[in-house]
Design a protein around this ligand. Structure first.
Ligand SMILES: [Zn+2]
Ligand SMILES: [Zn+2]
Length: 57
């Protein structure tokens, strides 16, 4: 999966353009994100607490 830089829609790796908005720019972040169990915000893996609500991850 890769995310569109414009609309943040998730696209498959093989897609050349975003299926939502047609943009050709994608973020190809390699680090995995950990969703907070409390508020659902994405945190960097390795973080000890949620940046948004400070719930421990
Ligand atoms: Zn898009
Ligand atoms: Zn949180």
């Amino acid at each position: 999966m890769k995310s569109c830089m414009k609309c943040y829609a998730e696209n498959d790796e093989h897609q050349a353009i975003c299926r939502e908005c047609g943009s050709k720019e994608f973020t190809t972040k390699k680090e995995s994100l950990v969703p907070c169990p409390h508020c659902g915000e994405d945190n960097q893996s390795g973080d000890k607490e949620c940046y948004s609500c400070h719930h421990s991850l």
